[in-house]
Design a protein around this ligand. Structure first.
Ligand code: SAM
Ligand code: SF4
Ligand code: F3S
Length: 447
């Protein structure tokens, strides 16, 4: 399995891998050992689509030389664009994000199998807990009922469907029993959970119940500002094991651009949400997503994004060049800006982000945090982990030799990382966790 895209794709890859293993497949580490390679794809920007083409270009050669069977799943598979790519590169199995549990049926025939239906079974499927994961993912809702004009996701993932709360809590029980110390609740708009189903708990109530499961740390991503209620803020504040960390994509600081993006809020409204979060939780860490160079964005619009960045003072931000995606309303109705304009603005925004992240991280020097340490960092004298505020933290390897939760005093900060010294061992795990941040690149062998 080769996985591109967001955490929701990583979770889906785990679902499919668990099905393959149940069918007797052995997961192998390299394409050379595999006889079936399934690529989980992303379509959110042009770049991931290009990446898929290049991966399938290589795989098609192997298909011809050694009879490899090829599969495409995920967001790109759902689109006409992806189906054209699948035809061109001679893909045998194609599964849209709502048809993943058909993987067994797809492999029965050994021939061409394409399914793009959004089926209910995926939402009631309780995934077996991933083994050896300090931090486990748990998808609680799929799809999106918002219609941002730049975004392809409503087309790839369909309308929102919230999972049954009992299924979610049962899956969580398995995660706790498997020894994970953190759960990350996932959804395209995780905090819109329940809005599509009468009688389902709200996201705030679900978070409360997840907090009671006893798992040491709870995170969630991604939240839509429009559905971030006061009740959610209060539950985060009142629930000890819910991390005081909120990822709240703003996309732009200009009301004119926000309106053209179909984001449903103004910059002022968004700032008031942030104010409310900080009035209840002064210590909360806030990160965001920003799109630079949206179609028609003027220099003055971009200045307003920089102003909003300063007004919030984000701990971290994920910044993207606007990518005009065929099939989205903004692609059809607005002209794209020249690439040089977008790139130059992105560079200025990155400078702003570095400035703020350095400032925010430096303010943490001397403070103590609980850090979830996963394993060796790229530099072997350090162990790498994550704070509850989602910072990457490096601690001396000798002080945190076993994965688990440690209390650490921050000694040094860069815009992207915190360094610290262990002050207390809180909890260690008895398994060797999967290595952090390694791309998911196992392949299935049906031999
Ligand atoms: N549902 C989440 C929200 O609305 O905040 C975001 C999910 S989206 C998969 C992740 C991020 O990709 C978005 O927050 C946005 O910044 C970015 N994105 C989506 N479409 C894009 C496009 N056409 N060009 C550039 N970035 C895009
Ligand atoms: Fe895309 Fe907007 Fe839905 Fe997020 S809320 S997935 S950006 S359409
Ligand atoms: Fe990409 Fe689909 Fe996620 S388009 S970002 S894999 S929801």
């Amino acid at each position: 399995m080769i996985t591109h895209g967001c955490q929701m794709n990583e979770y889906d890859s785990h679902l499919v891998e668990s099905q393959l293993v149940a069918l007797g497949a052995e997961m192998v580490r390299s394409v050379d050992e595999a006889d079936f390679v399934l690529v989980n794809t992303c379509a959110v920007r042009g770049k991931p689509v290009d990446k898929v083409k290049s991966v399938f270009g290589d795989l098609r050669k192997l298909k011809h030389s050694k009879g490899l069977m090829l599969g495409m799943m995920g967001c790109l598979a759902q689109l006409e664009e992806g189906q054209q790519i699948a035809k061109k590169y001679e893909v045998d199995v194609l599964l849209g994000p709502g048809a993943l549990l058909d993987i067994g049926r797809a492999l029965e025939g050994n021939g061409k199998f394409w399914n793009l239906a959004f089926k209910d079974d995926i939402n009631s499927f309780i995934a077996p807990p991933p083994q050896g994961r300090l931090s486990a993912m748990l998808t609680i809702q799929r799809g999106c009922d918002h219609h941002c004009t730049y975004c392809i996701v409503p087309q790839t993932r369909g309308p929102q469907v919230s999972r049954d709360p009992d299924d979610i809590l049962k899956e969580l029980e398995g995660i706790v029993a498997a020894g994970s110390l953190e759960v990350n609740l996932l959804g395209q708009n995780v905090n819109s959970y329940g809005l599509d189903r009468a009688g389902f708990p709200s996201f705030a109530e679900l978070l409360r119940r997840v907090g009671r499961s006893g798992i040491p740390r709870v995170k969630f991503t991604t939240s839509h500002p429009m559905d971030f209620t006061d009740e959610i803020i209060d539950v985060i504040a009142q629930t000890a094991n819910v991390c005081k960390y909120i990822h709240l994509p703003v996309q732009s600081g200009s009301d004119r651009v926000l309106k053209r993006m179909g984001r449903e809020y103004t910059a002022q409204w968004y700032l008031e949400r942030i104010e409310r979060m900080r009035s209840v939780m002064p210590e909360v860490f806030i990160t965001t997503d920003l799109i630079v160079g949206f179609a028609g964005e003027t220099e003055s619009d971009f200045q307003q994004t920089l102003e909003l960045y300063d007004a919030v003072g984000y701990d971290q931000a994920y910044m993207y060049l606007y990518s005009a995606r065929p099939g989205t309303p903004s692609y059809a109705h607005f002209d794209d800006l020249p690439k040089e304009v977008k790139v130059e603005r992105l560079q200025r925004l990155i400078e702003r982000q570095k400035h703020w992240s350095q400032l925010k991280n430096t303010a943490l020097v001397g403070k103590e945090f609980e850090v979830l340490m996963r394993g060796p960092a790229y530099e072997p004298s350090f162990m790498e982990g994550h704070s509850s505020g989602h910072h990457t933290v490096l601690l001396p390897a000798g002080q945190a030799p076993i994965a688990g939760i440690y209390k650490a005093k921050i000694t040094h900060a860069t815009p992207h990382m915190l360094f610290g010294e262990v002050t207390q061992t809180v909890r260690q795990v008895s398994f060797a966790p999967m290595q952090p941040f390694s791309p998911v690149t196992s392949s299935a062998s049906m031999g």
